[in-house]
Design a protein around this ligand. Structure first.
Ligand code: PLP
Length: 380
């Protein structure tokens, strides 16, 4: 018998492709590279990558080597750029799976070139530089050192130079400074490597800094239709997912009774509580308690307790709530709706943090044209 799915995130692949095309239109000449790290921010990397590849996307990015391997094993042939840090012992696997590294120091350039020599061919790479985030990459003053190393390592096929802004919404002065650092670092490479792509814009820079699109933009959040307060009028994107579960148990509690571990919540007057089969592994966190809301019978109800496998909703004001009622965590019900950003921020999380911590206990169900295409869960 097919097990009943009680808790699920439904991911709309039509909205994914709509957003991808919209972002492409918006950024004009710049190439759009979907960022599919951390399971495509919890949406599920493989189904999304397959859908994007079918739509003609031939360049994607992940953070970790294993994420690249996962996509290759699933039949993704697009160029796969690994954005994260890679240890020397992982490089050989990257050759095997044709993954492109972001090299951030001369030692890794040499190690990659050594593997290219063994393979008897040039190997592609991007150089990562650090404009002020303190993460992977050459510092601005190391441009000459990186350029000199490239000249000495003809086995390296330089595809691009990239960086990442520290605070794209942090004002003009900071962003001008970081952009100038990037330009100054990358310009000396252009006479000898005119084909390279230069890139530093992610979602927020796509929304806020059109002059930073350069040759390529790497997008996660906007591709997934997350809420940002600064979407331009001309870029209307769609959220991809709805997150729903069901009421599993309803009871009345009397004053003095506790709800949740540590007696964090003590009942003051008689209340109706609906118990849900979701908890820490399903995106909830301590900060959600007392703040986050969910929709049941079209009305908002507050989360008053949560633990590993349960969430408790105060449904006193909705007396008709009963077992098997649908609960909407992200999406709409009746007249009301809640975005991923609203639910995440109630728990002091970003949308990507929220979805990234939602395990596959929450089945991901993929739809196209309203028809279920695929499912991903602990049972698949
Ligand atoms: C290097 C790099 N590029 C692009 C992205 C995509 O960012 P966003 O989701 O803001 O588009 C990330 C995500 O953190 C990143 O680390």
């Amino acid at each position: 018998m097919r097990p009943e799915i009680v808790t699920k995130m439904e991911v709309n692949l039509d909205s994914l492709l709509y957003n991808y095309q919209e972002i492409k239109r918006h950024v004009g000449k710049a190439e759009v590279v979907p960022v599919l790290k951390n399971g495509a921010y919890g949406h599920g990397a493989v189904p999304l990558a397959k859908s994007l590849q079918e739509a003609g996307c031939n360049h994607m990015a992940v953070a970790m080597v294993d994420e690249g391997i996962q996509l290759r094993r699933a039949g993704i042939t697009a160029e796969l750029l690994v954005l994260g840090v890679v240890l020397p012992q992982q490089l050989a696997t990257m050759v095997e799976y044709e993954l492109t590294p972001s090299l951030g120091d001369v030692a890794s350039m040499r190690a990659w070139a050594q593997l290219a020599r063994q393979a008897g061919r040039q190997l592609p790479c991007h150089l990562a530089m650090d404009v002020g985030l303190g993460r992977l990459g050459f510092l601005p003053e190391q441009a000459e050192e990186a350029l000199q190393a490239l000249r000495e390592l003809p086995e390296l096929k330089l595809r691009g130079i990239r960086s990442h802004l520290s605070h794209p919404a942090g004002g003009k002065e900071l962003n001008d400074r970081e952009f100038a650092r990037f330009q100054q670092f990358s310009e000396p490479f252009l006479p000898e490597y005119p084909e390279i792509v230069r890139h530093l814009a992610a979602s927020k820079a796509v929304l806020l800094h059109p002059h930073m699109y350069l040759d390529l933009v790497r997008v996660g959040g906007i591709l997934y239709g997350f809420d940002y307060e600064y979407y331009p009028e001309t870029l209307k994107l769609k959220p991809l997912l709805t997150y729903t579960t069901k009421v599993g148990h309803v009871k009345t509690l009397q004053p003095g009774w506790g709800v949740g571990y540590g007696l964090n919540y003590v009942v003051q007057k008689p209340i109706r509580v609906a118990l849900l089969p979701i908890g820490w592994s399903d995106g909830l966190c301590n900060q959600h308690i007392g703040k986050a809301q969910m929709l049941v019978r079209g009305q908002f109800a507050t989360v008053i307790g949560a633990c590993t496998d349960f969430a408790m909703l105060d449904v006193t004001h909705i007396p008709e709530v009963s077992v098997d009622d649908e609960v909407v965590i992200i999406g709409s019900q009746g007249e009301n709706s809640q975005t991923v950003g609203e639910f995440a921020s109630a728990g002091q999380l970003t949308a990507s943090q929220l979805l990234g911590r939602t395990s596959l206990r929450v089945a991901r169900v993929y739809t196209k044209g309203g028809i279920v295409q695929d499912e991903l869960s602990i049972l698949s």
